[in-house]
Write a protein that binds this ligand. Structure first.
Ligand code: PXG
Length: 441
């Protein structure tokens, strides 16, 4: 029991924190009380530099007035209306705007409340699409080791995190996993590695050979695996996945919950890598993290097949959330997309990329650093394990917080994903702090 739990009714004990060492936290809480621009303030009033854009959510910076005002206006006008059999104007406007910015062909949009929900929605679209075309035998999914697709049952099943299996057991049946793309020969490479792309993607071909291509509904990958440590696809990898999917009628799903909305220096990773999926999930930066929201972009003909298969009065896709396309979330998203456009924010982010990647690469000389990698404004630094896995990573997280820096760790990997509004000076400060911290753990 933590010391806090031992104290009767300590206010810290009632909130069961997600993805958090609760007992440890209660004894040494890190509470963020305020945010503005690239900074947070803790409850003691100390200023902290946010080097992960919230949680990859907030590239336009904290406390954007335009979003706040749009949300307030929306709350005053229409707080909520049921999304089933009724519509609100903002949802249609947002879907239309997204369709303009998404890769060509992905122009139907289904809304959800979180990345996890978007993933479930995408997988269900894939299954139903095949069923309405007489291919109901396509029930299998292919995911990837070290993939992260949220926490719901299908999502963690197609994901490749070992801890989910330890904690929750079997998951969805009929799921196979390709190897992850972090290989020794691409160590210390910024951008896409030269090695292994086609060979690693041929794991999908091996699944096809083993199970039959016509039993696989979809292959889902993050173009760059985010949560498990910024695993950049080697050259040719995504192209090869696309080819194999096309050869066997398998739908390719890109989970762009982290990669989307400028993080790669392009609107979407699909644009950055020149590979267009059949379905794409997005969340986080869609509202600059201000209101929960997620979406799935769907190829028009996939939606059309599902619409056509149902009778004129039937609900074609038997799926939806109470908060699908919530009016307040749509208002936040529309205001966010306007900021991205008006401030040319993706270009501003892209302009930071060379310096950011150079800075990540420059950490190589620190003795405990075993790899550095990155793409766009996503960077990772692997640290040598110190005793138990994750111990050193957590020490970095804690020390960083104490030194005025908020970063993200995945086990012993430090992850940075700065906001697109970060200035050169702030980037310098970020890396000066990080270097100092890494020298001390
Ligand atoms: N897909 C991807 C690629 C994600 O990164 C989700 C789905 C799920 O989204 P929701 O909104 O349901 O959380 C995510 C979420 C981390 C971290 O530390 C990343 C996420 C969530 C929690 C922690 O990197 N990404």
């Amino acid at each position: 029991m933590s010391q806090a739990a031992a104290r009767f009714n300590d206010p810290l004990i009632h909130h069961w924190m997600p993805f958090t060492a609760n007992k440890q936290f209660q004894d040494a809480p890190r509470i963020i009380a305020r945010a503005e621009g690239v900074h947070y303030w803790n409850t003691a009033g100390d200023k902290l530099l946010d080097s992960v854009s919230g949680l990859y959510t907030t590239p336009a910076g904290h406390g954007r007035r335009e979003i706040r005002e749009a949300v307030t206006r929306q709350l005053e006008e229409l707080d909520y209306a049921p999304p089933f059999q009724f519509g609100v104007p903002g949802t249609f406007r947002l879907a239309h705007e997204l369709a303009q910015m998404l890769p060509a062909g992905l122009n139907r949009v289904f809304f959800a409340g979180s990345g996890s929900e978007a993933v479930e929605s995408a997988l269900k679209v894939a299954i139903q699409y095949h069923r309405v075309r007489g291919q109901g035998q396509r029930q299998r999914f292919v995911g990837r080791a070290r993939g992260y697709h949220g926490v719901n049952f299908a999502g963690w099943s197609v994901g490749g995190m070992v801890k989910n299996r330890d904690a929750f057991g079997l998951g969805l049946p009929g799921v196979s996993h390709m190897r992850h793309t972090h290989i020794e020969s691409n160590r210390f490479v910024m951008g896409q590695g030269d090695h292994g792309g086609v060979d690693l993607a041929d794991d999908l071909q091996r699944m096809v050979d083993l199970h039959g291509g016509d039993t696989i509904a979809a292959c889902i990958v993050e173009p760059i695996a985010g949560s498990t440590g910024v695993l950049v696809p080697p050259k040719g990898y995504l192209e090869r996945l696309r080819t194999i999917c096309d050869q066997h009628g398998i739908l390719l799903i890109f989970d762009e919950v982290i990669c989307g909305f400028g993080r790669t220096g392009h609107p979407f990773a699909a644009d950055a890598f020149g590979v267009t999926p059949d379905l794409m999930t997005m969340a986080k930066a869609i509202t600059n993290g201000n209101i929960p929201m997620a979406a799935v972009a769907i190829r028009q003909d996939i939606q059309q097949a599902i619409l056509d298969a149902a009778g004129p009065d039937a609900i074609e896709f038997f799926h939806g959330y109470t908060y699908s396309g919530h009016p307040v979330a749509c208002a936040a998203a529309l205001a966010t997309l306007k900021i991205y456009r008006d401030d040319d924010l993706f270009a501003r982010g892209a302009a930071l990329v060379p310096k950011f990647l150079e800075r990540i690469a420059s950490l190589r000389d620190i003795p405990i650093v075993t790899d550095t990698r990155g793409y766009g404004l996503l960077g990772a630094v692997d640290l040598a394990t110190d005793g138990a896995p994750g111990k050193r990573g957590f020490a970095v997280l804690r020390r960083a917080f104490e030194s005025g820096l908020v970063l993200r760790v995945a086990a012993d990997t430090v992850i940075l994903s700065p906001m697109f509004i970060t200035t050169d000076d702030q980037l310098d400060e970020m890396f000066t702090l990080l270097r100092k911290i890494l020298a001390a753990v």
